[in-house]
Design a protein around this ligand. Structure first.
Ligand code: UT7
Length: 323
């Protein structure tokens, strides 16, 4: 038997305010047509004033608990992927722990920017495999609207706010390709590329800062690295792209999503796409896409899923799991 981390609940939350591309036309030298054609984004959600990342994360996590029919004290750990925590400390994860009414276990944040959810899933899988936890809530939540430079048309039209959550549970599976749960992960980073995507401020430099990105350079790395990490993770699981039911990619740009699917030899019918409605929600984009994909009736129990993401660092990676 193999002890695996199996998804038993999903949930997501999007702030109420929806901003269409056309809203940017009033203040920036941009068009709905440019944003749609270059990125695939049509609209995004922005958090209300005073609404923080832990608020969004708590709503998503509560929805995942409800989906599983469990309560907060049934969970041993919370792993929250975010680059936009409410405060410098404590972690947003401990804030979610308190807000959910969870009085035991442990909680911590993971920061790997847009690859954060893949890193968090990998950590949660290891916590479960090693027996340190039986149930782990894995959340991706962001308020990137707080770090936008609203005068920079090359970045501020691309990002949005939101949260998604998966509840994982340790289950003994037969130890075959058909097992439910996480089969493999592949994590990578290369800090030499730190200037391609970063925030020009932080605690140690004593400012909040704004997101800066050399978009076309990040694009080049994404196309090169995402199919490779997905195939590496599949190989590690003893599988290949013919086993895949769904690619659930980081939702940054439809052209990157299409390019990765093509490199993997898979049609777009096997890709969950939400970028048009959410924009790039960084670490929240994969759990949002998983939760929305399930709600749409696309993702079903037994489906083999590969998730992949890349972002600031650069940091990138992939996870193979059977739903
Ligand atoms: O999630 C983390 C990882 N991030 C990503 O994966 C993002 C990766 N990058 C991208 O998605 C794309 O590179 C972008 C959508 C950011 C940009 O698309 P692109 O095809 O790479 O365009 P570009 O940056 O090469 O810019 C082309 C032109 C430039 O004008 P010139 O220099 O050719 O005259 C830009 O100034 O488009 C211009 N431009 C805009 N025009 C209208 C940039 N932003 C805008 C805009 N509206 N909002």
């Amino acid at each position: 038997m193999t002890r695996r981390a199996v998804v038993i609940g999903t949930g997501h939350y999007l702030p109420e305010r929806v901003v269409e591309n056309t809203e940017f036309e009033a203040t920036l030298d941009t068009t709905d047509e440019w944003i749609r054609s270059r990125s695939g984004i049509e609209r995004r959600h922005f958090a209300a004033e005073g609404q923080t990342t832990s608020h969004l994360a708590t709503r998503a996590a509560q929805a995942a608990l409800d989906d599983a029919g469990l309560t907060a004290d049934d969970v041993d750990a919370i792993v929250l992927a975010t680059s936009t925590a409410d405060l410098t400390f404590p972690s947003a994860a401990t804030m979610v722990q308190a807000a959910l009414g969870m009085t035991r276990g442990f909680a911590f944040d993971v920061q790997a920017v847009c690859a954060g959810f893949v890193y968090a899933l990998s950590n949660a899988s290891a916590l479960i495999a090693s027996g340190q936890a039986n149930r782990v809530m894995v959340i991706g939540a962001e308020t990137f609207s707080r770090i936008m430079d609203w005068t920079d048309r090359s970045t501020c039209v691309l990002f949005g706010d939101g949260a998604g959550a998966l509840l994982l549970e340790a289950q003994d599976q037969p130890g075959t390709k058909d097992d439910r749960g996480i089969h493999s992960t592949d994590l990578n980073s290369d800090g030499r590329h730190k200037d391609l995507l970063y925030v020009d401020g932080g605690v140690s430099t004593q400012s909040t800062g704004h997101l800066r990105m050399q978009g076309n350079q990040v694009f080049r790395h994404a196309v090169e690295k995402l199919a490779k990490t997905a195939n590496t993770a599949l190989d590690r699981a003893g599988m290949d792209s013919t086993d895949v039911d769904w690619i659930v990619p980081h939702q940054a740009n439809i052209r990157i999503i299409q390019g990765t699917a093509k490199k993997m030899g898979l049609p777009m019918e096997k890709v969950i796409v939400t970028v048009q409605d959410h924009g790039n929600t960084s670490a929240a984009s994969i759990p949002l896409a998983l939760s929305v994909g399930k709600a749409r009736g696309q993702i079903k129990e037994g489906d083999l899923i590969v998730t992949e993401a890349i972002g600031g660092g650069l940091a990138w990676g992939a996870v193979v799991l059977r739903w």
